[in-house]
Write a protein that binds this ligand. Structure first.
Ligand code: G4P
Length: 528
């Protein structure tokens, strides 16, 4: 197979959902179809089941598991499918945002009873910002839930996705009979089945819904209901259009039950038919086409402490263009240094193995002793700076102080590396050099404290600080910015890259500053 064909057969995507909607279960069923695992239960959930802050020990355990399931690759119908896992816990939402920069499409899982939940809203917003193509899977049809039209309305309203159902449910909960696959014009009869085996006997080809065999399979009432609803759906929703889907403008919707392996193969078959192959990558300098001959790639995730005895980390690099080769020198653009990698790894389900090469769309894991930072770019020599992994304004803040004067170097190094990994953000107040950690969730404070101690031998203490938001600043005229910073000296800090940040104590203070200084732009993400 030549280079071009290798790229065209790759499908790199992520499954996103609110916790408990069924992401892990669906992932597992997809892997079973791909032959990447043999038994149900082989994929360990990458979610932190309980959300209390005292669970950070549990997180540590789970981190070990989740590195194995960070990327799961498998072959299906001649395609190489890469699933990128995303943490379910909302305190790690930023990890998920970053992972979304490394995929070409996503599948959103929604619980039929709960409908669209908050976490899903936030994640889909990121997809919309990037025009990432989205397929929706409505799960748990074996349970009672909302009716199809209500759910589709909710998706359009809350997720702001234009939808097109490609399957339609027949009954629900105890009354659930199956789905009609509008894409393939097949009736798929429901049988509870948790083994993961596929049962061809359940598939009945009915190209015309007026066909009376429909009654024999689902009964008269449900057959009529199906005819009526499909008729309505055809009127209400636009025709499915692959091109619009790939532009992120139309989302096909499937119904099923992941745990029963029902509707999953139909989802996978459609996904592999329509999902986009690796797409161009945006850098500050130019757009990189995946089919270019020269290698380039970017770090979207850093996973540390795989082996607690060695402070090693794995940097996950998405190959953007060209062929990545083992033991070849590549330019690490931020440091200007040439690096080569003797044991890059790829991930096939829970198996990690050293690879000699990787193609655009693939993810390689590179051993890192602290050189990498999220967003770093590698190339064959051209200076390219990957664009698109902004830091978001944190929601929680605490002063961080050294609790062991003998270990100040260790603390500085530990904080530095944890911030490079994207665990949280560090701001240094310009007036007094005090350091403030900002996070999106409460859990990270505990994680940082724990990891500083166990990986760096450093101790830190937190003291409260009353802050509402950290905003990045810009102005057309440098003098305006300088004046603002002089006037607001007490509220100015530098982020890890040395960019100026305004620390607003309250929403009111922020509004005041915006009113008083109209020439200053306040940004809530670090890229603007
Ligand atoms: P997540 O990764 O999105 O957080 O969800 P996960 O797959 O872990 O599923 C959450 C719960 O929903 C699990 O039950 C799982 O068995 C169940 N589930 C998944 N798909 C379906 C479905 O189609 N129908 C029904 N009825 N349940 C489904 P749990 O009891 O929380 O966990 P477990 O003990 O089964 O692992």
């Amino acid at each position: 197979m030549n280079f071009k064909e290798e790229i065209k057969r790759r499908r790199t995507f992520a499954i996103i959902s609110h916790p408990d909607a069924g992401k892990t279960t669906l992932t597992e069923k997809l892997l079973l179809f791909g032959g990447a695992i043999q038994t149900a239960g082989a994929v360990k959930s990458n979610k932190i089941k309980h959300s209390t802050t005292s669970d950070f020990m549990e997180i540590e355990k789970q981190r070990g598991i989740s590195v194995a399931t960070s990327v799961m690759g498998f072959e299906y119908n001649g395609l190489k499918v890469n699933i990128l896992d995303t943490p379910g816990h909302q305190d790690f939402a930023e990890d998920t945002f970053r992972t979304l920069t490394a995929v070409d499409s996503v599948i959103v899982v929604i619980d039929v009873a709960k409908g669209v939940e908050t976490q899903t809203e936030k994640l889909v917003e990121v997809c919309r910002m990037r025009d990432t193509p989205v397929i929706v899977f409505i799960n748990k049809l074996d349970r009672d839930g909302k009716d199809a039209f209500t759910l589709l309305d909710e998706i359009e309203l809350k997720l702001k996705l234009k939808v097109r159902p490609l399957s339609w449910p027949i009954g629900m909960g105890p009354d659930f009979k199956g789905v009609y696959n509008l894409y393939k014009q097949e009736l798929l009869l429901f049988r509870a089945n948790t083994t993961g085996d596929e049962d061809e006997d359940n598939i009945i080809r009915i190209t015309d819904l007026d066909d009376e065999t429909l009654e024999t399979h689902v009964g008269e009432r449900l057959a009529n209901e199906l005819r009526e609803e499909v008729g309505m759906a055809d009127e209400v929703y636009d025709k499915f259009d692959e091109e619009r889907y790939r532009e992120g403008q139309l989302s096909p919707v499937f119904f099923g039950s992941a745990i029963n392996n029902f509707g999953v193969k139909e989802l996978l078959d459609c996904f592999t038919e329509i999902a986009p192959h690796p797409q161009p990558t945006h850098t500050e300098e130019r757009e990189i086409d995946p089919f270019e001959n020269k290698f380039s790639g970017f770090v979207f995730k850093i996973h540390a402490n795989i082996d607690p005895n060695h402070r090693n980390r794995i940097a996950f690099v998405r190959v953007s263009s060209g062929l990545f080769e083992r033991n070849k020198n590549y330019l690490h653009i931020r440091s200007g240094k040439k690096l080569k990698f003797s044991s890059p790894t790829s991930f096939m389900a829970s198996k990690k193995e050293v690879v000699d090469e990787a193609f655009p769309g693939d993810i390689v894991g590179l051993h890192d002793s602290g050189k990498f930072k999220i967003g770093d770019t590698l190339s064959e020599g051209e200076v390219l700076n990957f664009k698109g992994i902004p830091s978001f304004s944190p929601e929680m803040f605490k002063y961080v102080e050294n609790a062991d004067p003998m270990k100040s170097k260790q603390l500085a190094k530990g904080l530095d590396q944890l911030m490079d990994e994207g665990v949280a953000q560090l701001f240094t107040q310009t007036m007094n050099n005090r350091k403030i950690i900002g996070t999106v969730g409460a859990l990270q404070f505990e994680v940082i404290q724990y990891r500083l101690k166990h990986e760096y031998g450093a101790s830190c203490r937190y003291t409260p600080v009353r802050l509402h938001k950290a905003c990045w600043l810009s102005a057309e005229n440098d003098a305006d910015l300088t004046e603002f910073m002089k006037k607001k000296q007490r509220s100015i800090a530098l982020d890890k890259d040395g960019k100026e940040v305004f620390l607003a104590e309250s929403a009111w203070m922020l509004e005041m500053a915006q009113n008083d200084f109209p020439k200053i732009q306040f940004h809530f993400t670090s890229e603007f």
